[in-house]
Write a protein that binds this ligand. Structure first.
Ligand SMILES: Cc1cc2nc3c(=O)[nH]c(=O)nc-3n(C[C@H](O)[C@H](O)[C@H](O)COP(=O)(O)OP(=O)(O)OC[C@H]3O[C@@H](n4cnc5c(N)ncnc54)[C@H](O)[C@@H]3O)c2cc1C
Length: 364
């Protein structure tokens, strides 16, 4: 008999497991995948840590969470400075003085602000009716056309004039030459990859892989006093209120016989015709010096049950449906729910750790 059965060996389940074992609890962790780590799992290819479920950069301003992960593994000094490739023209992201200089030849923040204001005024949009109008009213036509339109249309699989304005509430515009994508105080990649964090967290647990909870529910329920479920909440309740929707991704990974393919970890393709949204060159996350390199092309994809659920679509329909599932979940005695799939929420890694630590305080 275990004190806790944890369904899902992702970062949420692993943080909870780590804290439980620190408190002397007996823990069994299961995952339907054949590896631990959930979406932060890295696969070693040619000595390079390949972020198998999408590029992951740890960034936070939460000092307690930063200290917490640094106690487990050392982080490098990686700073995310993505670039955009629009039909062969290269721009810095987020939109900053380097972007504005390349676009318009402006040099001072004052000149850049005037240019944006001029374009906003020319567009003459008072109440934006769709995403296109919203974006133009925030940053003007040039940035919209070259850096937002194609990328967003690929991401959502729809034309920007058919997408609702609320998807873009604000756009990061920075009137300095700082290329750092994040505003957080701390940022980096674990030296040796993310698997090191998870391995340490699960060190004192029993772990069973390739086990789908729903296929062995009756037997597994008898194994533990309490169960933490970090899978999809609608699946848990057999979709009785309907299916919560997601956007998915498809990844195409290649090993290349060259040392350095694109000179940066993240390059976004912002034109409409290139079918993928980004190319990730994994070695640059860890300053790799291997002779070869590994790149991954990322394609946005529609989602249906059975596909990997990546981004929750938090519109009114789905949020109302989630609220109904949540109402059932809070009344459960034996079950605790948490993580991005049970909370139907996009969480960054630091949010996941914070949420799991808070849940542990509540539970133990
Ligand atoms: C493309 C992408 C890029 C991202 N980049 C960043 C980034 O740069 N920085 C950042 O901070 N965050 C990033 N994130 C967010 C990060 O991935 C999440 O915060 C984190 O992985 C969530 O952990 P989790 O444990 O909640 O979920 P998951 O990692 O999804 O873990 C849930 C686990 O439960 C298992 N499971 C589900 N159902 C069952 C079942 N029935 N039986 C058994 N096991 C089951 C799954 O197999 C999975 O392993 C990104 C997310 C995406 C989608």
């Amino acid at each position: 008999m275990y004190d806790y059965l944890i369904v899902g060996a992702g970062l949420y389940g692993s943080t909870f497991a780590y804290e439980a074992t620190k408190r002397g609890k007996k823990v069994l962790v299961i995952d339907k995948r054949n590896h631990v780590g959930g979406n932060i799992y890295c696969e070693n290819i040619e000595g390079i840590n390949v972020h198998k479920y999408g590029a992951h950069i740890f960034h936070t301003s939460d000092k307690e969470v930063w200290d917490y992960v640094n106690d487990i593994v050392e982080f490098n000094r990686y700073t995310n400075q993505p670039i955009a490739n629009f039909n062969g023209e290269i721009y810095n992201l987020p939109f900053n003085m380097n972007t504005f200089n390349k676009l318009w030849g402006v040099i001072t923040p004052e000149e850049a602000k005037l240019k944006i204001e001029e374009q906003k005024k020319q567009a003459g949009i008072e109440i934006p009716k769709n995403l296109e109008e919203q974006a133009i009213s925030l940053v003007g036509t040039d940035i919209y056309e070259k850096l937002i339109k194609g990328y967003t249309e690929k991401q959502w699989g729809r034309s920007a004039t058919e997408l609702p304005a609320f998807i873009i509430r604000r756009l990061p515009v920075r009137f300095s030459y700082d290329n750092n994508y994040f505003n957080d105080l701390y940022q980096g990649i674990p030296i040796g990859g993310y698997n090191k964090i998870i391995e340490k967290m699960l060190e004192k647990c029993d772990v069973r892989l390739g086990v789908d909870f729903f296929e062995h529910k009756d037997e597994l329920e008898k194994k533990a006093e309490k169960i933490l479920f970090t899978g999809m909440i609608d699946e848990f309740y057999d979709y009785k209120f309907g299916v919560l929707e997601y956007r998915s991704l498809k990844f195409e990974t290649e090993i290349l016989n060259e040392e350095n393919y694109q000179g940066n970890a993240v390059v976004n393709y912002t034109d409409r015709d290139t079918p993928y949204t980004r190319i990730i060159e994994h070695k640059h996350f860890e300053y790799g010096t291997q002779n070869k390199t590994v790149i991954t092309k990322e394609y946005p994809a529609d989602w249906k049950i059975g596909d990997e659920p990546y981004y929750p679509i938090n519109n009114d329909r789905n949020d109302e449906m989630f609220a109904k599932y949540k109402e059932l979940a809070v009344r459960e005695d034996k079950y605790i729910f948490g993580g991005r799939l049970a909370d139907y929420k996009y969480y960054d890694m630091h949010n996941v750790i914070r949420a799991a630590l808070d849940k542990v305080k509540e539970a133990m």
